[in-house]
Design a protein around this ligand. Structure first.
Ligand code: FAD
Length: 281
């Protein structure tokens, strides 16, 4: 059981007040003893300073921090500078991504895809970093086909990534089929499911449309039916997401990565319901 990897994702707050709130959330979640806390990075470097500040704050608390790093719009020089900075702070873990440029931002950079970033990090820093990449059990929205997407995922592993974290999904079969397809191609790295607790339907619907995660019809209809009844939305969300996690872990998922949205409550409730308190070493 101790070989499973549990991790929690934050986005970097932009104010001192936000940072203090996140510190309180982190303290609660740290009690669950996750393997690491990851911190997102705005494509085009838009959150660079906030991401670094959040990462260092986690590290100062004696916890493992894994900064995300997205390469779209970036130059080799700018990525090199970030890698040097992380190395100087003894950071050994990166989630390497392409990112999506905000609309209106021109895409002139040295990297087109995440596999190029993984290759670059390996060529610049050897084995210093443990590298995670993104995986899409329900297919990345820009992929030409499921097969192309799988081959493109393999490129990132072949370039030197150690493990993957998936986009969130509510359909466990998509995850199991994706992992089976990976194994058939000889891709053996851990593929950790990304888990999105449900707190707010309109936000979830917006995110899901953008990232290609399917909200199954029966779930959408139930959630729509609750209208503004936030307690019912949360209660239903906790039931559905706990069942999903249970099924994933029972069938061999190598851990869970929670998209916490900088909140502790839902993740902690799911954790307790899964009975994970005593499983970590
Ligand atoms: P890639 O792996 O490069 O794939 C992007 C698309 O291009 C896919 O359709 C793929 O099939 C295709 N493709 C890939 N390689 C090739 C190739 N060599 N030739 C042709 N086609 C190719 N975004 C952020 O901005 N900041 C974050 O912090 C962040 N964190 C994330 C964390 C996780 C766990 C996940 C799942 C996503 C995260 N994202 C983040 C979102 C991510 O940046 C977007 O999903 C983005 O659209 C794709 O990034 P990627 O690294 O998967 O790209």
């Amino acid at each position: 059981m101790t070989s499973r990897t549990f991790s929690f994702e934050f986005f970097p707050p932009k104010t001192q007040e936000g940072m203090e709130k996140l510190r309180a959330v982190r303290t609660e979640l740290a009690a669950l003893r996750p393997r690491f806390f990851s911190v997102t990075f705005g494509a085009g470097g838009s959150t660079r300073e906030y991401s670094l500040a959040t990462v260092l704050d986690i590290q100062r608390a004696g916890l493992d921090a894994a900064p995300h790093l997205s390469c779209i719009g970036a130059t080799r020089e700018s990525i090199r500078a970030i890698l040097t900075e992380y190395k100087s702070h003894n950071i050994h873990h990166i989630v390497a991504l392409r990112g999506d440029l905000p609309s209106g931002m021109a895409g002139t950079g040295d990297f087109r895809y995440a596999n190029e970033l993984v290759s670059f990090i390996r060529s610049e820093t050897g084995d210093w970093f443990n590298l995670e990449v993104a995986a899409y059990p329900e297919i990345h929205p820009q992929a030409k086909s499921a097969h192309d997407d799988l081959i493109n995922f393999k490129r990132k592993i072949d370039a030197g990534a150690n493990a993957a974290i998936t986009q969130y999904f509510f359909n466990a079969d998509a995850y199991f089929a994706f992992v089976d397809d990976c194994r058939k191609l000889g891709v053996e790295v851990p593929v950790v499911p990304g888990i999105m607790p449900i707190g707010n339907f309109s936000q979830l619907a917006r995110f899901s449309d953008a990232c290609g995660a399917e909200i199954p019809r029966w779930m959408r209809k139930k959630l729509e039916g609750y209208h503004d009844d936030i307690d019912s939305i949360r209660a239903f969300g906790l039931d559905v997401v706990t069942d999903l996690c249970d099924r994933l872990l029972d069938n061999g998922a190598p851990g869970l990565h929670f998209y916490t949205m900088n909140q502790a409550a839902a993740t902690m409730t799911i954790w307790e319901r899964l009975g994970l308190e005593n499983t970590l070493g």
